[in-house]
Design a protein around this ligand. Structure first.
Ligand SMILES: *[C@@H]1O[C@H](CO)[C@@H](O)[C@H](O)[C@H]1NC(C)=O
Ligand SMILES: *[C@@H]1O[C@H](CO)[C@@H](O)[C@H](O)[C@H]1NC(C)=O
Ligand SMILES: *[C@@H]1O[C@H](CO)[C@@H](O)[C@H](O)[C@H]1NC(C)=O
Length: 645
């Protein structure tokens, strides 16, 4: 019963789409008027046109499918608006965000919206402004309060020893306070402190930045302008010694610590707090303004204590001036924030909170309809997941009752997760009164990061990559909605649907993998010819693993697509549209997947993709290579077809 209902709902959308397209194609290319509904079918159409343009019809798909599908890739991207296919999904999200951020209505959404527009307008000069254009560094000094208080001194940064001494900066500029304050605003430079509910983790900074001398110098070229060329060299050299020491790359450090006798043994989990670290924590927590009680009751978990101790040992032995230079250098680099769309990813929870309220999406598609179609799209995946889970009896006991029910209710799971995770009341409470100023991107970014850090101390930890968790599906659901506004439906199966299967590990099968390993190796040995059949080159074990997983995921995704098509009207709609472009539903997914890889490491992907396809019965059925004896894409003995599910 429920299915009938769902299908009806979906059919309504699709019928509307088809009617729209019908009119569209009948009226041919001449249209110029763009309403929003038409806008999407324009996109749909341009996607298909791009797919057709990209393939090389003179190249036989049975010789080298990858070469056929991508043959005209370079010529096909003539239009500036067109995007290489492998950027499809992120590009869609970006386009949607850019078109809509001005319309955001929730508090979290408006915060991102303000930051984004400020980020974009940095460096734009205002016609009416009498102020001269500020450089990145000058803007930081002006916007960020704890830099502005030393603005006059800092305009002479980076410091050499004689400057530091002459101006007596030792008492005035404190690297511990500086680094701790920035860390509390989400910019760690010497130590990484982060939170889970009621838990404080302290860990060394992963990937402490340590570029080459030349890179150090070029990154400071703006502030070094007008100073003696040696200054850059000296400062860069000092910082590089420091960061290499902190990363444990210099032998000097080890001998010093050994003589000092303070290196804790590796098994010693307690972090020894010296004066510097104590002071650091004081500044850090004061800036975050946690209550005494919060701090006392929280669990404290230092990670990799030995590495922290060693790095702080190096700090202790380094001139404060050099550490100060290094901390400021890191901040200046981190605050460059060259790609403003990164904001949407960094604060995704806030963005998704806005989307989930559906204000900007409701003109395109209602939430109920979107949920219903998403449920349909993931149905086979969910069924498989459920049967795999319940087969593991010992594990099945641990599953919540909802998973045991006959129908896995993706929509309901998503709703209840979203109500908690994207709880608008809670987010409004945590992000209110941040004190944003207008036109101060960097300052506001610091404030938002600080609020996010504070929030993480009371917010349950969520692993968004866990394919068994609702968070994963919530995120993919929102991506699905944006994708379906921009792309033909098969695209969902060629991108997200395929990914879903690949990442889920539901299709892992050790026996199958070993059989494939043997068989593919034999294929390489028998067929390889560097001139006639380069696609049979030798494969590494990892590559064979990839091919095996790809093969099975592709088949699963293709079956999903066909399941979706089985609704009579879906098939009709899809066939109708594709026919216009001389494509068909049987073949389209092979192109869509292959074209995502065009022009990306061709030598690697060409072999992987072709070897996957040529062994697939569905491929042979669609492209009929099995009827042509001596074609490379028709191996005399095929691999991986004897697997039982
Ligand atoms: C298309 O394929 C034909 C036949 O293989 C080839 O000669 C031609 O160079 C290809 N075109 C492009 C643009 O690669
Ligand atoms: C710090 O927290 C206290 C109570 O939790 C509050 O009264 C005070 O205004 C906060 N200070 C700042 C600077 O946010
Ligand atoms: C949302 O947050 C508010 C305030 O923290 C809380 O009272 C409410 O129960 C939450 N709602 C859900 C569904 O978790």
């Amino acid at each position: 019963m429920r299915w009938k209902l769902l299908l009806t709902v979906c059919l309504v959308i699709v019928t509307k789409l088809v009617v729209g397209k019908n009119v569209k194609y009948a009226e041919a290319e001449a249209e110029s008027e763009i309403e929003s509904g038409q806008f999407f079918s324009q996109l749909y159409k341009s996607n298909l046109r791009q797919m057709v343009r990209m393939k090389n019809d003179s190249a036989d798909p049975c010789d080298d499918f990858y070469a056929h599908a991508c043959g005209n890739f370079d010529q096909s991207l003539v239009d500036e608006d067109e995007v290489p296919p492998y950027l499809y999904n992120k590009q869609d999200r970006m386009l949607f965000f850019q078109a809509q951020y001005g319309n955001f209505q929730t508090l979290p959404g408006r915060l991102i919206s303000q930051l984004y527009s400020e980020c974009r307008s940095r460096g734009e000069s205002h016609v009416l402004s009498v102020k001269p254009q500020l450089s990145h560094w000058e803007r930081l000094l002006e916007e960020i309060p704890f830099l502005r208080e030393h603005g006059e001194v800092l305009s002479a940064w980076p410091f050499l020893r004689h400057q530091w001494e002459r101006r007596q900066l030792d008492g005035r500029l404190n690297w511990i306070a500086l680094s701790a304050q920035f860390a509390a605003h989400g910019f760690p430079t010497l130590l990484h402190i982060y939170f889970a509910p009621q838990t404080i983790y302290v860990s060394p900074l992963q990937d402490l930045p340590c570029p080459s001398l030349a890179e150090f110098q070029s990154s400071m070229s703006d502030v070094l302008e007008g100073r003696h060329p040696n200054v850059g060299h000296i400062v860069a050299h000092e910082m590089r010694i420091l960061c290499r020491g902190m990363r444990g790359e210099l032998p000097l450090v080890r001998s010093l610590t050994r003589n000092g006798g303070t290196t804790p043994r590796p098994d010693q989990e307690q972090l020894l707090l010296d004066d510097n670290t104590m002071e650091y924590f004081q500044h850090f927590f004061a800036t975050l303004n946690f209550t005494e009680e919060q701090l006392e009751t929280a669990r404290k978990l230092p990670l990799d204590v030995q590495k922290i101790s060693q790095a702080w040992q190096v700090l202790r032995q380094t001139e404060p001036r050099i550490v100060y230079n290094y901390v400021l250098w890191q901040l200046k680099e981190q605050l460059l924030y060259t790609d403003c769309f990164q904001l949407a990813e960094e604060f995704e929870r806030l963005l998704h909170c806005e989307y989930w309220q559906w204000h900007v999406l409701s003109p395109q598609i209602s939430r109920e309809v979107a949920l219903a179609s998403y449920q349909l799209h993931t149905t086979r995946f969910q069924q498989r997941r459920r049967s795999t889970l319940s087969r593991r009896d010992w594990y099945g006991h641990l599953l919540p009752a909802s998973v045991e029910r006959k129908e896995l209710q993706v929509a309901r799971l998503l709703q209840s997760h979203a109500q908690a995770y994207l709880n608008i009341t809670e987010l409004n409470h945590n992000y209110r009164d941040l004190g944003f100023s207008s036109n101060a991107f960097h300052r506001n970014l610091l404030l938002l990061r600080r609020a996010q850090l504070r929030h993480s101390f009371i917010s349950p930890y969520i692993d968004e990559e866990d394919v068994n968790g609702p968070a994963y599906f919530l995120r993919h659901f929102l991506h699905f909605v944006l994708l379906s506004l921009h792309r033909p439906t098969y695209h969902y199966y060629a991108t997200q649907g395929l990914e879903l299967w690949r990442q889920s590990h539901l299709l892992l099968d050790t026996d199958g993998r070993y059989t494939a390993l043997d068989c593919l190796e034999r294929q390489s040995l028998q067929q390889y010819d560097s001139r006639l059949a380069p696609i049979y080159r030798q494969l590494s074990a990892d590559e064979i693993g990839e091919i095996f997983l790809f093969y099975r995921s592709f088949q699963a995704s293709l079956r999903d697509y066909r399941f979706w098509l089985q609704g009579e009207r879906f098939a009709f709609a899809e066939a109708f549209v594709l026919k216009y472009f001389h494509l068909d539903p049987q073949r389209v997914l092979f192109y869509a997947v292959a074209q995502q890889l065009c022009s990306r490491q061709t030598d690697i992907f060409a072999a992987q993709l072709n070897r996957g396809y040529m062994n697939m019965p569905e491929f042979q059925e669609a492209f009929k290579c099995d009827l042509k004896p001596d074609k490379p894409m028709n191996p005399p003995a095929r691999c991986m077809i004897n697997m039982c599910d």
